[in-house]
Design a protein around this ligand. Sequence first.
Ligand code: SAM
Length: 299
Amino acid sequence: MLIKLKKIFIRKSESLLRKLKFFIGSFIRYTYNCIFKISFFEKPLPKVPFSKRPLATKKRYIKLHQETISNNSKEIIDFEKKIGFAIDKEWFSELSLITQTCIKKSKLNFNHGRLLFSVLSKYLSDNKDDFRKPIFIFETGTARGFSSICMSKALNDQKVNGQIITIDCIPHNQKILWNSIIDNDGPSTRAELLSLWPKELENIFFIQGWSDVILNRMHLNRIHFAFLDAQHTRKAVLEEFNFVSKKQMKGDIIIFDDVTKGYFDGVCEAVCEIEKLSNYSIKYYNFDNLRGYAIATKK
Ligand SMILES: C[S@@+](CC[C@H](N)C(=O)[O-])C[C@H]1O[C@@H](n2cnc3c(N)ncnc32)[C@H](O)[C@@H]1O
């Protein structure tokens, strides 16, 4: 009888010990996840990034587009001439109507698409002989896909095999409103929004997520060319620069958008620090007072 009781006691204590071990293990995992912010504690991704209702009629979007596209600054034309590459105007007009013409307080501006196309085309054309393997282009801040599509056109025009990896917290395959002329036909996915550019879409890999989280999980050996245009804070820009710069070689390029004092001081501070402390030479461009860009080339 005593032996039987002893056996039951041992079995019960073993099972209690197992439960205790499981509880302690779960507690440690939970604490670890809290501290290191593993997926289930991440900031939720935006469900309605632009609006719940179309913000304007087709007519208003078309008028805004015409006003912006006809306002051709001399500086961007001179820049394209100097670089030696300019994007096809008709192609660009259609893309900018659908992906860049939106209702916002600040003045619309499509120049970064032209700048990206020119600089990337020149980079590809100068280095063509070295590209036996595909080249990698990295972007933070996809938005409606305008800048990615411009870069992809440069790849296609130069007949270079390349891949564009672009990150945004906005979804690619969910039907939403984009503050775009196409909202008047109902919600659409980004893939549908960009369906007029199938050849350009073939080169683009869209990733949804917060850029800092994705950077920690992403493995890339080389980034030939990058466009940083997501969160406009000093910290985020420096984090993204550090991620990219480790994967670049001499002559590779990073373009920063919105290097505009008084509007995006965080971006300006980050680029200034990069200029002082890193092995990149920086050129600043202002095609108008409200929007500056910086082109960083690895020395
Ligand atoms: C200025 S827009 C990008 C415009 C785009 N490059 C173009 O030229 O069409 C900035 C984008 O960055 C995204 N964004 C901002 N902060 C982000 C973050 N921390 N992680 C991922 N995406 C972010 C926003 O959702 C927005 O779509």
